[in-house]
Design a protein around this ligand. Sequence first.
Ligand SMILES: Nc1ncnc2c1ncn2[C@@H]1O[C@H](COP(=O)(O)OP(=O)(O)OP(=O)(O)O)[C@@H](O)[C@H]1O
Ligand SMILES: [Mg+2]
Length: 333
Amino acid sequence: MNPAAEELTGFSRSHAAGRPLGEVFPPPSPLATLAAKTVAMGRSHADFDAHVVRSDGTRLTASTVVSLVNDPSGRSRGIVLVLRDSSRVRDMEEQLRRSDRLAALGVLAAGVAHEVRNPLVGIRAAAQLMEREPAFPPSLREFTGIIIRQVDRLNRIVGELLSFAGQQPLQRRPCNINQILEEALHLLESTLEGAMIGVVRRYDPEIPALAGDPDRLLQVFLNLTRNGVEAMASGGELTVRTRFERVAPQCGGRAAAVAEVTDRGSGVPPEVQRHLFNPFFTTKDGGTGLGLPISVRIVEEHGGTIEVVSRVGEGSTFRVLLPLAGDEEGART
Ligand SMILES: Nc1ncnc2c1ncn2[C@@H]1O[C@H](COP(=O)(O)OP(=O)(O)OP(=O)(O)O)[C@@H](O)[C@H]1O
Ligand SMILES: [Mg+2]
């Protein structure tokens, strides 16, 4: 095993030396089978999506080629396995598929939303008119109330779908990320109190202005802080933190404003993390599953990204990275 293979798999050369391949990389990892086939048939075998379990138990997707090695006289000396980490390619493909899905959904959403809105207005108005009829029995108010509340809920979903269709261009102007976070917390004040959640603020006061759309960014931070609150059913602590990052590789190496929302809630299991940003993925009774996909869409429109760090039972951090305005505007204010 060369140093690159040690780094990739987490196994040391001394750990692997002298042991059967299938013991170091047990099935269902296909490495041992590939090796055996190569020896038996006398030609190379490959698996471009081979799953390998690293020493720490995490999974790696590796593009694997097994080849025969001969000495100069043509006698077989053994085989060599070449592993190439393709997880990053997989991640990028997944991201692409997601944005394709999002774009298609956006177009569909805009169409459906327009068609659904008008009948909703009619239903709501009819329920209100019914209530105003002199002969309307008060005992039925409960039902008209349900009609009106549910119509309002549908309207909210349709509104979110429309904003998701992303047809409004960003209204960019210099804005301060600390202020936007503060506004989100202000809007959530009564919710925070009701849920017995304390807020810890760790703002970087020197953070430069950012050329963004403050209303859309407010929506992002409302979604993230609300999710944080909802993850702490029995109260807890929500931390909001901002900082300036001079070189953010996630933003093409530009300077970025970084905002983090950390809860001490349920956390997100790894298998759920993959679905977090998919439209309509929700684990909540009243959830639409659009909060995070909308947030990602808005942040990506700003040229930024959202990252998640989460541990089950300990809580989650949602980190938003937003590239700063051009040098003239932001970085030196
Ligand atoms: N801070 C968090 N802690 C734990 N789980 C989270 C957190 N944020 C999001 N999730 C998980 O991700 C899912 C999707 O979140 P998202 O905000 O997109 O939709 P939602 O909160 O379910 O519904 P909506 O935002 O429309 O009310 C949630 O249902 C929840 O399972
Ligand atoms: Mg949400």
